[in-house]
Design a binder for this molecule. Structure first.
Ligand code: ADP
Ligand code: ASP
Ligand code: MG
Length: 817
């Protein structure tokens, strides 16, 4: 049994590709008799169309002929260079003959300022004719026998000259009468047919697929292979979704819906002839010859990994027809449908909402002229005129999902609605065309984002969470490690975390579909491009604005103010913000309030548990206190791990200078311990706690009793570490005095019930819960209306990479669940 092979424009775009096509033909011929249908080299049909339009409009059309001519000369020259047996002269003669034809015809069109449909068809099919000549020459030069079918004589069509329908019965009769030599490779130019008058007509743009299907039906072929530039039918056009997946199989029914709804990969008219004779069709990739591709057949296996595809049609106009008289609604609708059928208007949606006076009519721009005619003829002139209002909306797109028996449709629609809503995309209408297909109508400008979102929802069963991680110092790195370790557990909990962006202070790594978390270090190292901080932030913001994320989350593990200044914008772009960086929450109270307002309005999380006490549940506890109507009476806390360590050591008689150095060595302090000793970091934490309790304070309102004099502020670190020895005696004396009174010194932050905040070295006795706090531990005591006289006490490590990262991780999980 014979096999049909069709090669599309992209497969024939240049000499290299044409030679590769010839190789495929030769290989296939070894095992089967074959018939080959050829398209024009890529873009040639467009140029030919442009040529006619330029001639009609009196523009410089000659340069287009030259362009076409040069393209074919280049192809022929290169081919004949590769294969000496091919006669370049012969090829050039053929090209010249066809160019002569084009010159003659366009001259006439230029003169008449119009072009008949018959001439139009003759001109724009020249690409197919020339492709066939070239392939024929290559095969002949390699001693193959070929047999050319002239589609004008053998493929019989009717209807619009430029978009004809094939009369399958007559064509079968004609083709089957041919006595094709069995050892020949059959060649036929696609896109072309002949009408009753034996004139050349066209099958519509992209119509070579249809030619191949017709030839398959006529020759009762074993299969029809459509060779193109993609691996098969994919879950979406790869020009939009770079990680689109291949469908191993698809049914005739589903591919028909898909192609009618815009997927250009196969012409919709091709399906009927294949289906009628149960001919399996394969979509194959000329550039990946050995890949199986997609099989199109009447049934498919249930086990296929991917079985959906998303497609779209642009340039949709919506007519919103309001019929004031309910009785005539169905009459009008019937009339519209009848006319549309008559005119072969193929893509249309008519949505008639029950109990509504509205009819929504969605139609492609190219059909508008027909619709206008219907309105003119049937409505405007009729007695109905005063009872009908027509409103028009343009620049719409229809995005459709095709999948066999779509499951849980209501749920799916809800998910899609929600995520489009998050990206501020309004769905204008939803159509359930069949049990295999749902369509969403929205503004064209939102099309790409919507497709990306819908594709993600369909591709991943679990909800996707897109992480943008800013800052990969100790905490950021540890967080990635922890997420990686928990990967399988998260999967089991149906949580899908994709790390889309990782950045440090001058580089960024971005991958829309997620960076492989175990390889992030290697991939990040490979990023060469470095930016200045502001430029980097701009670059990140650009990615954030793209808005095609389902549940996007910024995680700020920097300590940068410039980064924290972006949070409001991030939330406005529908990101959750999780931060370990204290800069935002200790900035102006105005912004502190603003972000909370915006995040609640946008229903986005702003989380910062690690701003105080690292992983300890401080913020969460305060929120509970406030939300349950409890009232703060007094807060006292040791909020600094380094100072907890240092004062703990002093209890045991260690010298102050030694305790500082030891704390530094153990990594309890900032690189410069003065940052801890100045009390500023504690002040920031105390401010955040006070603000959580509802006090409108600024950082300057926190009173710090300094441990060390100002004179130590502006000297070098080495010098500082020497000079603090001067204070050893002072502390020794102080501690001794305390010991005599059975007291200890602790660096304590206090908030009273009026919101007065103080930080100072305090002498405390055994009864105070902070008395025992040492070794870098933090402690937070809340005396409230409900928690007294025994306070609510939280203690534990309040610093360190692991506990801080786990605090961030816990915030992350809260913004997911
Ligand atoms: P040819 O030149 O071979 O006829 P076309 O450009 O007409 O090729 O069709 C192939 C193109 O169809 C692909 O390059 C791809 O961009 C587009 N396409 C649209 N939707 C899909 C889909 N669901 N699967 C695969 N390709 C698709
Ligand atoms: N060459 C024609 C077109 O570009 C037909 C085809 O490629 O299928 O529309
Ligand atoms: Mg095509």
């Amino acid at each position: 049994m014979i096999k049909i092979l069709k090669f599309g424009g992209t497969s024939l775009a240049n000499s290299k590709r044409i030679l590769s096509v010839s190789k495929i033909i030769e290989k296939k011929y070894k095992t089967n008799q074959i018939a080959v249908v050829l398209s024009a080299p890529a873009k040639i049909t467009n140029y030919l169309e442009k040529l006619i339009n330029f001639s009609i409009k009196q523009k410089n059309y000659k340069k287009i002929i030259l362009k076409i001519q040069n393209k074919f000369i280049k192809i022929s020259t290169k081919i004949s260079k590769k294969n000496k047996k091919i006669s370049l002269e012969k090829l050039l003669n053929i090209i010249e003959k066809e160019m002569f034809f084009l010159r003659k015809k366009t001259k006439k069109i230029y003169f008449l300022k119009k072009c008949s449909k018959i001439t139009y068809a003759k001109i724009i099919s020249k690409g197919e004719i020339l492709s066939t000549y070239i392939i024929n020459h290559i095969l002949l030069s390699k001693n193959f026998n070929t047999y050319l079918i002239n589609p004008v004589k053998k493929i019989i069509a009717q209807g619009n000259i430029l978009e004809s329908y094939v009369n399958l019965k007559s064509s079968i009769e004609k083709i089957q009468k041919i006595n094709i030599p069995s050892k020949s490779i059959i060649l036929m130019p696609g896109f072309i047919a002949g009408n009753k008058e034996k004139k050349l007509v066209l099958l519509g743009r992209n119509g070579s697929d249809y030619s191949a299907a017709i030839l398959s039906a006529c020759l009762k072929s074993k299969s029809c292979e459509i060779w193109t530039d993609v691996n098969g039918i994919l879950t979406c056009d790869p020009k939009i979704i770079s990680n689109a997946k291949v469908l191993n199989e698809i049914t005739y029914k589903n591919i028909l819906e898909l192609s009618c709804l815009g997927a250009k990969v196969l012409h919709p008219k091709s399906i009927y002839p294949l289906k009628k004779f149960n001919i399996p069709c394969y979509i194959k990739n000329t550039f990946n010859k050995n890949f199986l591709g997609t099989k199109i057949y009447k049934t498919i296996k249930k086990k296929n990994k991917y079985n959906f595809s998303i497609t779209y049609i642009d340039n949709i106009y919506m007519f919103n027809i309001k019929i004031l008289n309910e009785n005539i609604k169905y009459k009008i609708q019937k009339k519209i449908l009848k006319y549309i059928k008559k005119k072969y208007i193929s893509i249309i949606y008519l949505s008639n909402l029950i109990n509504s006076k509205l009819i929504y009519l969605y139609i492609e721009k190219k059909y508008i002229k027909y619709i206008k005619k219907i309105f003119k003829k049937n409505i405007e002139k009729s007695i109905y005129k005063s009872k009908i209002l027509i409103k028009k909306k343009k620049k719409l797109s229809i995005i459709s999902i095709v999948q066999p028996k779509i499951k849980k449709i209501k749920n799916l629609i809800k998910k899609i609605k929600n995520s489009l809503n998050h990206s501020n995309i309004k769905i204008l209408n939803i159509q359930k065309k069949s049990k295999n297909c749902i369509s969403f109508i929205l503004k064209s400008k939102n099309k790409i984002v919507a497709i990306k979102l819908i594709h993600k929802i369909m591709l991943y069963k679990n909800q996707i969470n897109e992480i943008f991680l800013l800052g990969i110092g100790g905490i950021g790195k540890t967080l990635l490690k922890q997420i990686n370790k928990e990967k399988n557990n998260l999967k089991q909990k149906k949580i899908n975390i994709k790390i889309c962006l990782i950045s440090n202070s001058n580089k960024l790594l971005f991958k829309e579909n997620g960076i492989k978390i175990n390889l992030w270090k290697k991939k990040f190292k490979k990023v060469i491009k470095k930016y200045k901080k502001i430029k980097l932030i701009k670059k990140i913001n650009k990615k954030i604005k793209k808005n095609f994320y389902i549940n996007p989350i910024i995680i700020d593990c920097t300590s940068s103010k410039k980064v924290s200044n972006q949070y409001i914008q991030y939330i406005n772009n529908n990101f959750h913000v999780i931060t370990a960086n204290k800069k935002f929450n200790t900035g102006s109270i105005k912004n502190y309030k603003k972000i909370r307002n915006i995040s609640s309005k946008k229903n986005k999380k702003f989380m910062y548990e690690t701003n105080v006490g690292a992983g300890l549940p401080i913020i969460q506890t305060i929120k509970n206190i406030v939300h349950t109507g409890d009232k703060l009476i007094l807060f006292k806390g040791i909020l600094s791990g380094s100072l907890s360590y240092i004062f703990g050591k002093l209890d045991n008689g260690m010298l102050f200078s030694k305790a500082v150095k030891k704390a530094k060595k153990k990594g309890f302090t900032e690189p410069d311990p003065r940052e801890d000793l100045s009390g500023l970091d504690v002040a920031r934490k105390l401010l955040i706690i006070a603000r959580e309790f509802g006090f409108n304070l600024e950082l300057k309102d926190i009173k710090i009793e300094k441990i060390l004099p100002k004179s130590l502020k502006n000297i070098s670190l080495e010098n500082f570490l020497i000079k603090i020895k001067k204070f050893d005696k002072y502390f020794l004396k102080k501690i001794l005095l305390c010991k005599q009174n059975k007291k200890r010194i602790r660096f304590i932050g206090t908030i009273n019930k009026y919101g007065k905040c103080k930080i100072k070295m305090s002498k405390i006795n055994k009864k105070n819960p902070l008395y025992k706090i040492k070794n870098g531990e933090n402690a937070f005591t809340f005396y409230t209306k409900y928690y007294q006289p025994i306070p609510l006490l939280i203690r534990g490590y309040g610093a360190g990479k692991k506990v801080t990262a786990s605090g961030v991780f816990s915030d992350l999980l809260k913004s997911i669940l």
